[in-house]
Design a protein around this ligand. Structure first.
Ligand code: SF4
Length: 181
């Protein structure tokens, strides 16, 4: 997993808050430098159909970097994005040519729940998800639907799933956040 610094959301139970904390120590690499770090696994990736996952933070904020990295590894490595899709539409269009699979952390589709949990409106993520499904098909998209204590309920999660199925989503990852006091 390669984690990018920077995220447009501020999820209340973010597992990776150092991906946007101002005092996080980051390391700047070019796509070639990242490839140099990872290429010791080239044979293994090619033999097993493996590759690299990009998360963060929000990887799609760095689409220039990702396109360049894809240009280096071509189709030899499988490349996966873990994304909220709460990004510019243009970045999603370009990401289609980079990634073999998208894990979309949609959280909840209810506008009020999404806003209170992430600090942002859900519309952009949902519009981007619709576009992504039309461009790559449902097989390449896995949608995360968490049960989030104090923010959503099993009922709202089921409503989200119904809406997402109508949109064409067929693959779901349902789980529950465990919040420690
Ligand atoms: S999208 Fe991910 S990295 Fe960004 S705030 Fe939410 S949980 Fe944290």
């Amino acid at each position: 997993m390669v984690g990018f610094y920077g995220c447009p959301l501020r999820c209340k139970y973010c597992l990776n808050p150092h991906s946007f904390a101002p005092d996080t120590k980051t390391e700047e690499l070019t796509p070639t430098e990242l490839y140099e770090r990872l290429k010791c696994d080239d044979l293994y990736f090619v033999a097993t159909g493996g590759g690299v996952s990009f998360g963060g933070g929000e990887p799609l904020l760095n689409i220039d970097f990702l396109e360049e990295f894809k240009g280096i590894v071509g189709d030899r490595w499988r490349i996966l994005a873990e994304t909220s899709l709460s990004v510019e539409k243009e970045a999603v269009k370009r990401a289609v040519k980079v990634f073999d699979e998208f894990v979309v952390d949609i959280k909840d589709t209810d506008p009020e729940i999404y806003l209170s949990y992430t600090g942002k409106r859900v519309d952009r993520a949902l519009n981007n998800l619709k576009m992504l499904l039309s461009l790559v098909g449902s097989d390449k998209v896995l949608v995360r639907l968490p049960l989030i204590p104090h923010y959503n309920t099993e009922e709202s999660r089921q409503k989200s799933e119904a809406l997402l199925r109508e949109m064409g989503v067929t693959r779901f990852d349902r789980f529950e956040y465990i919040v420690r006091a």
